[in-house]
Structure formats: C-alpha cells, structure tokens
Design a protein around this ligand. Structure first.
Ligand SMILES: [Fe+2]
Ligand SMILES: [Fe+2]
Length: 271
C-alpha cells in the first residue's frame, strides 16, 4: 500500500522563531530552538519576516523572577546548597540566552541578511544545548531548573535595544556574553577544584562556544559600522555608554576576547 506523502508547507523563519520564543516550557523551548536552527540549516524555512517578535518571550511559572538584590547569594561551589545555587544561576543565564539569540535572528534578520540569521540561530541552538546540559547536571545534584528564584533583569538588555541592531550587538554579545568569557575560567577552576569534573567539562564546552558567539557579534557589528561608514570602536563605545548601565570591569580574559575578535584596544577605552 502506498502512503500519501505529507505535503511540506514552507514556513517562514520568522514564524518558526516566534513560536520558539513564545514557548513557555524550558525543555520544549530548548527543543524548539534546536529545531528552528536545524530547519534553517537544511533550507526548510523561508527567509521571510512577516511574523513579529513578541515583546516578552514565554516563561515557565518557575523559577520566580526576582530583582538581583533580592536573590539568594550565588554559591561558590563549596557546599551542596552553594553548588546547586551556582548551577541554577548558570542555567537561568543559558535559558534567557536562548531567547536573546532567537530574538536577534527574528527581529533583525530581515535587515541583516541570511548569514546573520544562520549565525544567530546556531547560537540559539548552542544556548539550548548549554541549558539542557546544565539542567541535567542540576538534576544529578538532586535539583532542577525552576527550583530556586532567578534573576529578573536578563531580558531587559534585549528589550532596551529592540529598535537598533547596532545597540543590540554592542550590548548583548559584545558586553554581556564577553563578560562570560572573563568570569567562566574562574568558575571552571573552582568547580574542578571541588572535584566536579563533569561540571568542569560542561563549562569548558560553554566557554568554547561563547567565544564563537562573541565573534559573531563582533563581526556583524563591524559590518553595521562599515555600512554607516563609522569607526567600529567609536560606534561601539558610544552605544555602550548609551545602552549599558553597568561598568565594564577588569580582569578581562584578553586571550579569549582576542580569539572572539575583541581587541584590548577596543575595550580599554571603556573600562
Ligand atoms: Fe551559553
Ligand atoms: Fe552565548
């Protein structure tokens, strides 16, 4: 008996991204992000941007989101509770990073082009994998994502820069993700010193991937600067001072930053 072939309906990349952003369940969002990235890579999605990106992505009921000042202190990895608090905080960062990458591709893809969409969908797939690895690790420690409250502020950098791809690139990959390059090696050492080799390997993988994420950001930012015919460093500094409320503080991981395309010269003037 011959079965009817399913008719494949072309779906726009923006509609697929929007659906992944609106997904509330963490595991389902991670799977949806990986699927959008795969479908895009395999040419199953149209380069079309009729679907609007949501103001707020879907969120699960837990974790409760609290302003940073009301969060329990992140553990240093010593006690069991401290370890769980550390991995929970890292898991939340990766969970929000899925949405940050999806929103980047879906909101600015039309103006930035197909390579940009491909780059940031691959970032979304990486972040989904990071989240899944961390959640699995949390479960091996007897906890899970959602068991503790988490930082409410991570999405605000995206929201504040939703009208300007240059500002978004300047702040999200080139400041926030670059900050991850600075702090992860110390966390990794601490985790390894505490005997958590599996956790250390997860962080090694994350660090490698994040160098690539920052590099995508820096490369596309340089393209925008060229389009505006302005000096990359000047544009970056002015956007960071306008859109980033924190300070860029040393110590910097100069070698990882350089591998990601951020020269010391670039951020020296801002720090
Ligand atoms: Fe990540
Ligand atoms: Fe990342």
């Amino acid at each position: 008996m011959k079965l009817a072939q399913p008719v494949s309906v072309p779906v726009s990349v923006s509609a697929a991204i929007r659906a992944a952003l609106l997904e509330c369940d963490p595991q389902a969002k991670a799977m949806a992000a990986r699927k959008v990235a795969r479908d895009w890579r395999l040419g199953r999605l149209d380069f079309a941007f009729e679907a609007e990106m949501p103001e707020q992505p879907g969120r699960p009921e837990a974790p409760e989101l609290l302003p940073p000042g009301r969060l329990p202190r992140r553990g240093k990895g010593g006690s069991e509770r401290g370890r769980i608090a550390l991995w929970h905080a890292l898991g939340h960062i990766e969970f929000v990073a899925i949405d940050l990458a999806l929103d980047m591709a879906g909101r600015f893809g039309a103006e930035m082009g197909e390579a940009f969409v491909g780059d940031f969908l691959s970032v979304a797939a990486d972040e989904a994998m990071h989240f899944v690895l961390i959640d699995r690790h949390l479960r091996s420690l007897g906890s899970h994502y959602g068991a503790l409250p988490a930082h409410a502020g991570l999405w605000s950098a995206a929201h504040d820069t939703r009208h300007d791809v240059a500002a978004r690139l300047a702040v999200v990959p080139m400041v926030l993700e670059a900050r991850g390059l600075d702090v992860t090696p110390t966390t990794l050492e601490r985790v390894r010193a505490a005997g958590d080799e599996r956790g250390a390997r997860i962080l090694e993988r994350i660090l490698d991937d994040e160098i690539r994420h920052v590099r995508f950001g820096a490369n596309h930012f340089a393209d925008v600067a060229k389009r505006f015919d302005v000096v990359t460093g000047d544009l970056w500094k002015s956007l960071v001072s306008r859109h980033f409320r924190g300070t860029l503080k040393p110590p910097f991981n100069d070698s990882a930053r350089l591998a990601a395309g951020l020269s010391r010269e670039l951020y020296a003037g801002v720090a």
